[in-house]
Each structure stands twice: as structure tokens, then as C-alpha cells.
Design a protein around this ligand. Sequence first.
Ligand code: SF4
Ligand code: SF4
Length: 480
Amino acid sequence: MSVGKGSKSMPTTVERPKPFLLPQFCKGCGRCIESCAKHCIEPGTEVHPETGLIPVVFDLENCTACGLCMSACPEPYGLAPQPESTFELEDPATLFGPRPIPPEKPETIPDTRVPLGSARPLVVKGTYASAIGALLAGCRHFFGYPITPSTEGAELMAQLLPRLDGAFVQAVSEVATVNMMYGCGGAGLRAMTFTSSPGFSLMLEGISYMVGAEVPGVFVNVMRGGPGLGNIAPEQADIKLACRGLGHGNTHGIVLTPSTPQEMLDLTMLAFDLSFRYRNPVVVLCDGYLGQMTGKVTLPERMVAPGLPDWAVWGDRAHRRNLIVSIQLSEPDLEKHNEYLERKYAEMTANEQRADLFRCDDADVLVVACNTPARMAKGAVETLRGEGIKAGLFRPLTLWPFPVNQIEDLLPGAKRLVVVEASSGGQLEDELRLSLSKAGLAHPPIEHVRHSGGILPQAAEIVERVTASRAMRREKGVPA
Ligand code: SF4
Ligand code: SF4
């Protein structure tokens, strides 16, 4: 088919052949009859003398030369195009007017904050608090695959999202989950999942794609005992995965660490904000105990009514030129992209370090802990203070970026750092040491109290560790 350039008033001449039947090759199967919407073909009535079969009959008065009958005919020579067929087709520009030109750049529709009205505090478990935080942050799309101890969060989303005109999709796997989040986030919509350690491992490839393509999304990882299937008791052994191994390639994402159901709500809301602000996945890292822990949760005064970012692949004319992709086949282009991502990570590092400090002002023993172990550490600090020991709790709320700026101010007065965590290899301690080293900060000796396998450090053993260590240092004549 060839289409010539027609003027506004002149029709365009298109050459498109109508069908031509060679009856000696027609088997009379009728497929062409079914294919013709114009009813140009009917079953024949006369037997062909050469074949003894009954070929179809054509009346091409209404034929539009669509060609469907020729495509439908299984016989190589049954239906052929008529030679030199021509007919006239109106120029679409004449029929519908000139094609509108999309604007150069779609505009961002900003989020709005809507008053929530007064509500009494809730008493809910951590996973529920996180799900409620997601809804208040404007998330209406959940994708996930059930895994203990995170499943209750997904269950609540499954109950609530249909009532809020949202979408809950149980995917066939964690791999499917993360790719659904990629699609949803790429459309500029707020998407989340609840998962636990083995499921989080499976999502990492997709998270890397999201980082590369700058797609937001919130991953709540309710950590359980590992490695492998491990068990369903609480651990913190995915710190390394979230902070240093967020998928292949040059990836980073903000990692938030709540310690209470209230923080599960607050930090999940914050996670959506940060995820869209930086166009990057954000991880809410908690442990199985915190996921199941019930606590009082006060709702915020306002909830978020999400807008639509200008970069969204939204599917309408204004967003037609947007493209979300993580592939960069040219080496210089990929290096430039990585340099751009590095600048973005540096911005996150400069702006998003967060920590909570408890009795740290005059502390000479700084206990460093996050998630549920921070609750035991807080109890230990109170006991130690009761015994006249100046202890304080430094609790990172972001593990990546590690709040090194906040701990820097406390280091001159600290004689010891004690890292309390639920991972066997000292993953929180590694983050602390790496951050101090990168910042070039001198620090006092670092000790630790650790458990793994689902056993959490207890306040009494933290107290014992601090006092025993203090006594030993005194014996050696070292400042305690
Ligand atoms: S070309 Fe299209 S309209 Fe014409 S006979 Fe075949 S199917 Fe019918
Ligand atoms: S599809 Fe081909 S073989 Fe079958 S009836 Fe039509 S023209 Fe004949």
C-alpha cells in the first residue's frame, strides 16, 4: 500500500487490492466468509467441473479491500489480490483536523495534605501501623507474596484497599511483586509491599532495576532469622543486604529503622515522601518482634492526597514522551548515569540522616541500637543511670545513610561505644564502623552485645556487659 501526500482539500489515492478468486483452487472451506465483515462472500451453489468442489461466490460492491479474506484463506492460490486495484481514502487530517502537538513537558500535579479530623489513638500491631501509615501516605496499590512474620500487614491492605478504590494484588512470587511495583511506580503511583528476609532477597534484582530507572516504591522488610529459610523469629540480619547490597550494580536506598508501632506508622509515611522526593526505592527495616508488637499509635493530623509527577508514564497525551528504563547500552552514558546517581546518594546522605538520642548529652557509655533491641537498650540505659553510670542510647532512625553527623557530636565525651543487635556477624556494628571510618572520625573502643537465630539481646546482659567491662578497665587503670 502506498499513501501519497494529499492537500487539505484533495483526497489521497491509495492503492489497495480487492480479492480475486481463482475458483479452481477454492476448497469451499468458508474461512473467508467468516472473516468478511462486509458480507461480500457467500457459500457457492455450483460444483466446479475441475475439482468437484463448490467454491465461494464474491460480490465486491461493499468491499473495502481490507484484505482479511486473503489472510484467512489457507490455499496459496485460492484468493489473490486483484491487479491494479485503486480506490480513494480521505486524508485523516481533512477528516479529523491537524494532529495536536503534545506539550513539551507535562506538569507535576503536587501532593496535597488533607485534614484527617480528630481520631482516638489506635492500639495496633506494628505491621498494621505500617499499613495504616501507607494508606495515610496515599498508597492505594499493594503487591505482595505472603511470608511470616510480615503477612498481617498484607492482610490488612487486602481488607482495606478495595474499600478505598485501591488495588491489592497477591503476586505469584516476590519476583513478580517487585516487577509489579516497578510498573506501578513508573506510572507515578504509590506502591508498597510487605515482605520478610527470604522474600526481600528475591526482590533485590527488581529493586536494582527500580534504582536504575529511578522508580519509587516502599519495601517493608519484617526481618526474620536466617540464613536460608532460618526461622520466623526476629533478627536484624538483613542490615547488610539493605545498606550494602540493595541489588546488583551501583545501588543505594534510604533505610528507615522504626522501634515502636508509632514509628512503624510515622516512618512508613516518611518512606513514601522520601521515595518520591528522590525517585528511589525506600526500605522500612524492622524485625519480626516489632511487626507483631502491639502498641498505642496516634494518627497524624493530615493525610496525603497524592498528585502526579511530571515524569510518570501515565499513558495520556501529555506524558507520551516519558520513558522509564534502566538499560544504558553506551558505556559513557551508563557512567554518566552512575555519576548522576552518586550525586543523588550524596544528597540523601547530606539531608536524610536521622537519629533519636536518649540521655546522650553527658554519656560516657554510648549504647548504639535500633529496632526492638533498642527497646532493651533503653531499659539498660535507665538501669545503668540508676547505678550512677552515665549511659546514653544512640538510636539510628536511618541506617543508610548512617547518622554519622549526629554521633560525631557525642564522640568527644564517650569512653566506650556498645553496639547491641540481633545479628551474629555484627552488621549494625559494621555500618557504624564504616561510617566513622569514611568520615575520618576517631572513636573510643567499640564493644558489642549480640544474639541471632531469633534471640534478642536482653537489658540485663547489656547492663552486665557495660559494668563488667567498666570493672575490667578500672583494674587495668584505663578510664572506665
Ligand atoms: S477484502 Fe475485506 S471486505 Fe473485501 S471481501 Fe475480503 S474480507 Fe470482505
Ligand atoms: S478461504 Fe479460500 S479456500 Fe476457503 S472458501 Fe475462501 S477462497 Fe475458498
